[in-house]
Design a protein around this ligand. Structure first.
Ligand SMILES: *[C@@H]1O[C@H](CO)[C@@H](O)[C@H](O)[C@H]1NC(C)=O
Ligand SMILES: *[C@@H]1O[C@H](CO)[C@@H](O)[C@H](O)[C@H]1NC(C)=O
Ligand SMILES: *[C@@H]1O[C@H](CO)[C@@H](O)[C@H](O)[C@H]1NC(C)=O
Ligand SMILES: *[C@@H]1O[C@H](CO)[C@@H](O)[C@H](O)[C@H]1NC(C)=O
Ligand SMILES: *[C@@H]1O[C@H](CO)[C@@H](O)[C@H](O)[C@H]1NC(C)=O
Ligand SMILES: *[C@@H]1O[C@H](CO)[C@@H](O)[C@H](O)[C@H]1NC(C)=O
Length: 397
């Protein structure tokens, strides 16, 4: 599936049924009240199926800060009173004999507070680099900048915070950013707006999508897989085959141009340094490389609340946002009844307290119900494994 190029937004949501009588006088129909006549909108053939990629020289994609200053700053939800702050310092390298940077050479600090200019709280975190290695003639290797993740804790609900990140001893701190925490979980609390996007990419059309999201002022951005499409480029940075497996059936692995991820991180920064982004992997994040390593960029670049939710994999996890319990499932990792993800899902569903989070939303990348011809029934095995379990726990489809 990694070889299939996706251009159409594919996402799937499960909206949980409302608990008991929590919503007197207001009834939101569930699928068990159906069947309903499907409401369909005919595909508008004048819409272009795709759009050109932004050139890497676009000002939004160019590195704008000196060497060890933070860039690609992003927020992610953790527990209700905590937030992840992530950023990158130093220059990535691609080419021959790349030498990984030392992640301990730049410290990971976030200074924050509830008053602009008075950032009295300091949290520290961890840093790492990742490599994308292709030991094949003609392909190039990549090693990332230093990727920092800091979890800031003890945050008040529904409160505006100001923060700067970086290395204060080296006077390499970011500008001040501001974000607002969500209200703590509770049956009457809902984020005013949640933006949900799949298959964003880095095209001219992606930038219209991002502008539209920003202008709607969401309190949360859910990214349901296929982010940068770095794997549609060769390691030399030229556009690769859109159907790689058709053109190169004997190739050991598909190339992926990792600087495209850095461009994407810069492209996203204006939005996701002020609202939290929650990600789950799609097929374009698999990015196989040497030694059967997969998902290296996804795992290193994004902080997700997997440990917070008792999952030992960044490829599936859950979190609460106001009155909603979100479950993010992995469509490209074992989803079988005998596997770890399934066991984790079962225990996570058993823990959900519908008095606190009446809504249960599960999301993943490959759609279960889909009439689109090029991905028809791709996720059928996953559906057969997990659908009953989600039904048993009172979700509706
Ligand atoms: C998408 O991009 C194409 C060109 O790449 C452009 O013609 C079209 O207007 C764009 N659509 C939107 C909604 O931005
Ligand atoms: C990439 O790294 C591998 C493993 O270290 C090495 O065998 C290969 O020669 C490197 N490729 C280049 C172009 O330097
Ligand atoms: C800065 O914030 C701290 C704690 O939030 C507060 O105690 C202190 O008075 C503030 N300082 C100024 C100058 O406002
Ligand atoms: C959050 O804060 C806003 C603005 O102060 C207020 O209008 C709203 O009622 C608060 N929401 C909750 C759930 O506390
Ligand atoms: C990579 O995976 C293939 C197929 O599953 C297996 O045959 C091979 O031994 C693995 N290689 C390494 C280095 O783990
Ligand atoms: C699920 O189990 C089957 C049978 O053991 C296996 O072929 C398949 O690869 C598994 N699926 C995943 C996603 O691991």
């Amino acid at each position: 599936m990694a070889a299939v190029s996706l251009h159409v937004t594919m996402l799937l949501l499960w909206l949980g049924a409302l608990a008991g009588s929590a919503m007197e006088g207001l009834s939101i129909p569930s699928t068990s009240d159906g069947p309903f006549l499907p409401r369909t909108v005919l595909f508008d053939p004048t819409l272009q199926p795709g759009s050109d990629d932004l050139p890497h020289s676009d000002p939004r994609l160019v590195k704008r800060v000196p060497l060890i200053y933070p860039e690609q700053i992003a927020l992610a939800l953790s527990t209700p009173d905590a937030m992840w702050v992530s950023w990158i310092t130093g220059d990535a390298q691609i080419g021959e004999q790349v030498i990984p940077l030392d992640p301990t050479s730049v410290s990971s600090e976030v200074h924050y507070g509830t008053e602009s200019g008075n950032l009295t709280f300091i949290s520290t975190g961890t840093a790492e680099v990742y490599n994308q290695i292709y030991p094949y003639e003609g392909l190039l290797n990549y090693t990332s900048g230093i990727i920092h993740h800091v979890r800031i804790q003890g945050l008040a609900e529904n409160t505006t915070y100001y923060c700067r990140c970086g290395d204060s001893a080296r006077f390499a701190m970011s500008d001040e950013h501001t974000f607002r925490t969500l209200p703590y979980p509770g049956p009457d609390n809902y984020p005013s707006r949640i933006a949900i996007v799949g298959d964003l990419g880095l095209t001219y059309n992606s930038s219209s999508t991002l502008d539209l999201i920003a202008s709607n002022g969401p309190s949360l951005l859910l990214m349901l897989g296929d982010f940068s499409y770095a794997n549609q480029y060769t390691t030399a940075g030229t556009k690769g085959a859109s159907c790689y497996s058709c053109e190169f059936p004997n190739s050991p692995t598909r190339e992926s141009y990792q600087p495209h991820w850095d461009a994407w991180g810069r492209f996203m920064e204006p939005l996701v340094s002020t609202i939290p982004m929650i990600v789950i992997e799609g097929n374009h994040e698999i990015e196989p490389q040497a030694d059967n390593v997969t998902f290296a960029a996804y795992k290193a670049r994004f902080a997700v609340p997997h440990e917070e939710s008792g999952s030992n994999s960044q490829l599936f996890y859950s979190f609460d946002a106001d009155g909603i319990h979100f479950i993010m499932l992995g469509g490209y990792v074992d989803y079988n009844r005998t596997g770890e993800q399934f066991f984790w899902l079962k225990s996570d569903l058993e823990k959900v307290n519908r008095e606190v989070t009446p809504w249960l939303v599960a999301a993943w990348h490959p759609p279960w119900y889909n009439s689109y011809r090029s991905h028809y029934q791709e996720a059928e095995c996953m559906r057969l494994e997990m659908e009953d379990l989600l039904y048993e726990h009172g979700s509706c489809i």
